[in-house]
Design a protein around this ligand. Structure first.
Ligand SMILES: Cc1ncc(COP(=O)(O)O)c(C=O)c1O
Length: 241
């Protein structure tokens, strides 16, 4: 399950190689990357199947919960259509244990209206990311995200890493200036209650643990003004100088 985290594509060439070698089925998690691409191919069209999220905070978000799955395999499509509607081909003939996961009509209407603007909004996100990278690269305690050259990154999040245990104080100082930031994610999976006692092979995942202590996602709402983008850069420079 390659997760196209923060809007950037995983290296799908490597994923395809591993999947071929071990005869695996690839389900792309495109929840954070609607409109992103790998080698000009839209994310969600590369693996055997893909999951999308239209949760309101996503780059294509509805006004409530919603999602979509994609596949070009008719067998998977057939099963998915059953599962999303209680598990049957028709209302009164259940074949599988399914769910009630139909996209409701109000959300569909909202998403259709927003869908027209998604490419433009993604492009704005990319421009803001450029401004941030240009403005923040010189700060030695901060690491900007790196874009893979084969990926079309849509910057669902612009997530920097802040060294020397300063992340939380930087977050607080930005909040005092009215700049909202977020930590995605504060707890790696193997530390969560559900997995803690089961993750025997993963007692210590140093890189994941370090990332969870250092990451900070900056505002990247696509209608952010130029002035607001510069304020974010200037505030970070002042806080870390
Ligand atoms: C990477 C990723 N995968 C899956 C999900 C789940 O999406 P949903 O809450 O719409 O089921 C999310 C949403 O938070 C996500 O960010």
């Amino acid at each position: 399950v390659p997760v196209h985290l923060y809007g950037q594509s995983c290296n799908m060439d490597e994923v395809a190689e591993i999947a071929k070698e071990y005869n695996l089925f690839v389900v792309e998690d495109v929840a954070q990357a609607f409109g992103g691409k790998w080698h000009q191919k839209k994310l969600g069209s590369i693996g055997n199947a893909a999951a999308f999220s239209f949760f309101p905070s996503k780059n294509l978000g509805g006004f409530g919960d919603g999602g979509m799955m994609a596949t070009n395999d008719n067998r998977i499509a057939d099963i998915a259509r059953m599962l999303l509607s209680h598990g049957g081909r028709d209302k009164y003939n259940v074949v599988h244990i399914g769910y009630n996961s139909r996209l409701d009509t109000i959300q569909a209407a909202v998403l259709l209206a927003k869908f027209k603007y998604i490419d433009e909004l993604n492009s704005n996100r990319r421009k803001i990311a450029q401004v941030y990278t240009a403005g923040l690269s010189e700060i030695s305690e901060l690491r900007c995200p790196v874009t893979l050259s084969d990926a079309y990154h849509i910057y669902h999040q612009y997530t920097v890493r802040i060294a020397d245990d300063k992340r939380d104080s930087v977050k607080q100082s930005l909040a005092q200036k009215g700049i909202a930031t977020a930590v995605y994610y504060p707890l790696p999976l193997h530390k969560m209650k559900l997995f803690r006692d089961r993750a025997v092979a993963a007692e210590k995942l140093e890189q994941a643990e370090k990332a969870s202590e250092q990451v900070l996602s900056l505002p990247i709402e696509p209608l952010l003004s130029e002035q607001e983008q510069l304020l974010v850069c200037e505030s970070l420079k002042k806080t870390l100088s």
